[in-house]
Design a binder for this molecule. Structure first.
Ligand code: ZN
Length: 503
């Protein structure tokens, strides 16, 4: 073992300890949202903060910076895609970003975010935006300070985007969103009459929903030894190790929303499950960006989970699970209900066609807030005006309007675009998978989901953070970010759903 190899070994050792602390903090968070008695909350907040702080100190330690400097020649001796070069490169990128932000600013942002969350709950309970306003103002001020740490010479919003979508520029997002807006607005206007989705409302015992969801997920490739499914309030997925994937969901007995959220979270879980296990306990062992992560959940939830071919196979099982509800319903009626298009007040309730408009209006408002062209005091009115312009709906109060999402109250400016990018990327990947694998619908009708699962593992998941999001998209989908496949997919879907049914 040469001296340099020993130094690389030291680096991997340090990174392993950081990863252990982060995953332990993640486990405390998972437990808080699934198992913890509510009165444990105050100490739990301290426990999580302590682990996070220690991990952050290790991530920004000067010794780590020195180690990374020493390893420059070692990095150059290895192939760019190799484990060795990638660990050094990605760790250096994270380190250089982390050390630009003073620890006090970071702590202030975290603290303001958690106060903001509580103020958001109170503002919603009282339908009074003014309760949240001072914390939003503080959060935006800290966000501006954060941006200034990076001395951006381009659009300051680039800095916020980079947190979730490394390397992505505001101008690229804007170009894609402008294109979406141009097509989606007339598409929605053309859907004059929403389909009847009555069959999706009724009584669905949560235990039966859970059994059915697990049956589907096992068919899709959830291996029981490496996954769990637990109940929570706001569903999420978490990976503690390549073979320790935690999905959460929320089954309500009035509808099947919880089943669909299982399909969504499965996509996140599968991404983490199929990252090369050799990357475990390093910064490579995570999805490459929020948009890519969301592309995986959207792909399984929508492209597979809202596909008639999938339901030709699954519907007899669903009918056997809920015979009273579905014995007289055809698979076509069920599929149409599942794909109902209608503008909704809430982003989280929206369908595939209207969803991106909810995101675009938030992206535009975030940029206006950052530049100062919209003041936070005027945000509720600006939000309502855009809702009316894009979705033809006027919120009745702030809970239906600007207070519907938690992100801004926690200081999460820059996150929203990744949801829509996920939709766009999901169809780009889907087209390429279909070109490689042949007719996916035919396979789904026979209950064969493994080829898609494996294709995603090979072309997307296994890479972890080795490639940049741009490189990954080029390699896996064969081109840069492009809204056209997504728009074409929506057009085909609307034609299929409304052919002969609506005016
Ligand atoms: Zn998601």
């Amino acid at each position: 073992v040469t001296g340099t190899e020993q130094r690389f070994h030291d680096l991997v050792q340090r990174l392993g300890e950081i990863a252990d602390l982060e995953r332990a903090a993640g486990l405390l968070g998972w437990d808080e949202e699934t198992k913890m008695p509510p009165l444990g909350a105050p100490e739990r907040a301290e426990q999580r903060a302590t682990l996070t702080r220690i991990a952050h100190e290790l991530e920004t330690a000067p010794e780590l910076g020195e180690l990374l400097e020493e390893l420059r020649p070692f990095e150059e001796q290895h192939d760019r895609d190799s484990f060795e070069a990638s660990v050094v490169r990605i760790t250096r990128r994270d380190y250089e970003k982390a050390v630009r932000v003073p620890a006090e600013l970071r702590a202030d942002m975290t603290r303001t975010g958690s106060h903001g969350y509580r103020a958001w709950l109170e503002a919603r309970a009282n339908k009074d935006y003014r309760i949240l306003l001072p914390l939003l103002e503080r959060g935006l001020e800290l966000t501006r300070e954060y941006v200034a740490c990076f001395e951006p010479d381009g659009d300051p919003y680039d800095v916020l985007l980079d947190v979730y979508e490394p390397g992505m520029k505001t101008a690229e997002v804007e170009a894609v969103f402008d294109r979406l807006k141009e097509e989606l607005l007339p598409m929605i206007a053309a859907v004059s009459e929403p389909v009847d989705d009555g069959c999706l409302h009724g009584r669905f015992a949560p235990e039966a929903q859970r059994r059915f969801s697990l049956e589907v997920l096992e068919l899709w490739g959830m291996d029981e030894e490496a996954w769990r499914l637990d109940d929570t309030v706001h569903p999420f997925a978490l990976s503690l190790a390549p073979a320790d994937i935690r999905l959460t969901t929320n089954f309500r007995d009035s509808d099947l929303h919880g089943v669909l959220s299982c399909l969504h979270e499965f996509g996140h879980g599968l991404y983490e499950r199929q990252i090369d296990p050799a990357y475990a306990r390093t910064p490579l062992a995570r999805g490459v960006s929020s948009g890519f992560h969301e592309s995986q959940s959207r792909l399984w939830e929508n492209l597979v989970g809202r596909n008639i071919a999938t339901w030709r196979f699954l519907f007899p099982r669903l009918r056997a699970t809920f015979p009273e509800q579905f014995s007289a319903v055809s698979v076509e009626t069920f599929h149409r209900a599942l794909n109902r298009v209608e503008p909704t007040m809430r982003r989280v309730d929206s369908d595939e066609v209207t969803y991106c408009l909810h995101i675009i209006l938030r992206f535009e408002l975030e940029r206006d807030l950052l530049s100062g062209s919209v003041a936070l005091a005027d945000l509720p009115d600006a939000f309502d005006a855009k809702m009316e312009e894009y979705l033809g709906l006027r919120p009745n109060d702030v809970v239906e309007g600007v207070l519907q999402d938690v992100h801004w109250s926690e200081g999460g400016f820059g996150y929203f675009p990744t949801y829509a990018l996920g939709n766009v990327i999901s169809v780009q990947l889907w087209e390429r998978a279909a070109a490689d694998l042949g007719d996916l619908d035919e396979r789904f009708e026979r209950g064969e989901f493994a080829p898609l699962h494996e294709w995603l593992g090979e072309n997307v998941h296994r890479w972890g953070r080795v490639l940049t999001p741009q490189e990954l998209l080029e390699r896996a989908a064969g081109g840069p970010l492009d809204a056209e496949p997504y728009l074409a997919y929506l057009r085909r879907k609307l034609d299929q759903l409304y052919a002969g049914a609506v005016g």
